[in-house]
Design a protein around this ligand. Sequence first.
Ligand code: ADP
Ligand code: MG
Length: 464
Amino acid sequence: MRLSRYFLPVLKETPAEAQIASHRLMLRAGMIKQASAGNYSWLPMGFKVLRKLENIVHEEQIRAGHIPMLMPTLQSADLWRESGRYDDYGEEMLRITDRHGRDMLYGPTNEELITDIFRSHVGSYKELPLTLYHIQWKFRDEIRPRFGVMRGREFLMKDGYNFDLTREDAMHAYNRHLVSYLRTYERMGLQAIPMRAESGPIGGDDTHEFLVLAETGESGVFYDSEITDLRFGDREIDYDDVAACQSVMEEFTSRYARTDDTHDEAVFHERVPEARRREGRGIEVGQIFYFGTKYSEPMGATVQGPDGKPVPVHMGSHGIGVSRLVGAIIEASHDDKGIIWPEGVTPFHVGIVNLKQGDSEADAACEAIYKSVEALGLEPLYDDTDDRAGAKFATQDLIGLPWRITVGPRGLKNGVVELTSRRTGASEELPPEKAVEKIAQIYAPHHGAPRSEPMAKRSFHTWL
Ligand SMILES: Nc1ncnc2c1ncn2[C@@H]1O[C@H](COP(=O)(O)OP(=O)(O)O)[C@@H](O)[C@H]1O
Ligand SMILES: [Mg+2]
């Protein structure tokens, strides 16, 4: 992409309404525009990041054996009356009446709809286990939408639902989700800690929330500091291996880590030595639930068991806040100049800055670099505008591409360009082809999880 042809409406001024860094930076970097309270348009660069996150979520869900599909945003109230949640859900549910006077709602979640699909088509235990998921917009009429996409009213969520014959099988599904979530967040350059949580309107006893530590987070968190040393990393995992998934679950959830809803000061003191007790704030980026037969029983989602008798299926639901994650990543990775994208989610892989647009040598060198980066299957963003060098650098720092190649007549006289890391600020001078080679190495596919695999080569569409 050439900046002169792109749509990147960066703002010079800091928007007054934004209270936290990620909201400010998303507005300033031209990623989003508020459409109405808690409701945003995703401008091209914001949309690109959102799609990258979606792609990672799809890849990791499919890797875990879960099956993608798509349910509508609008649902009929009837199903929610069956489960008893139409009245329970309260003011957060956006209720709509269609022209025939039928009660509809904009789905805040999908347990009812998926249970209906299941009961209509699955009759035997032999068709289990089954986990279906989708990535779809949700609406919750939050009383106080704030912090931009972090607490929106309309937001994008991955929600997955497992159907199993027994509690044990459903717990394996729970553990599988936990493992796949650990991988998902790490690929996004985030550490998200599973913490024991309260289940809220979804119901059920077994539930963990995944929290990214951040001072601006809405949840209070209490944890054993040892937990921050844990990484899933590049381990290979067989998602059918019940014991292996369980042991990862135990490794990541055995230490004390709870949100303010479940925190117990006495237990905290008893289990964690004082030097390791930490208290802080976190952003909830996902949650997994086991809720047994809470929906299958009232809604009649039964299968014929091995003995021929009907049994209600054991279920769980598992959510990732995809649009919130864009904000959470920025919250965890920025400085006073702007965003610092982790390589796995960056909207463009490298920025190319031409210090003297119109200088034939500089222009030609930039074009050559642009073409060779594209030939690698990577996406460059070439600032080919007539802006001053200072303004170009400020834009690059603001939008936060992890790498920048700076090209100017003076360097070219010595046969070099400059390669700069956004994170460390460190620069090195090297011949243009060496700079491109380094970019190729940085984004080389990782074994197992292709951490930084270019979208162009493996978009989620190719998985479906
Ligand atoms: N209002 C919102 N705006 C953006 N993301 C949200 C919002 N509400 C929930 N999410 C995201 O969706 C994920 C799954 O939702 P869920 O656990 O049902 O939400 P909650 O715990 O807030 O009721 C949450 O972990 C969070 O990341
Ligand atoms: Mg939650």
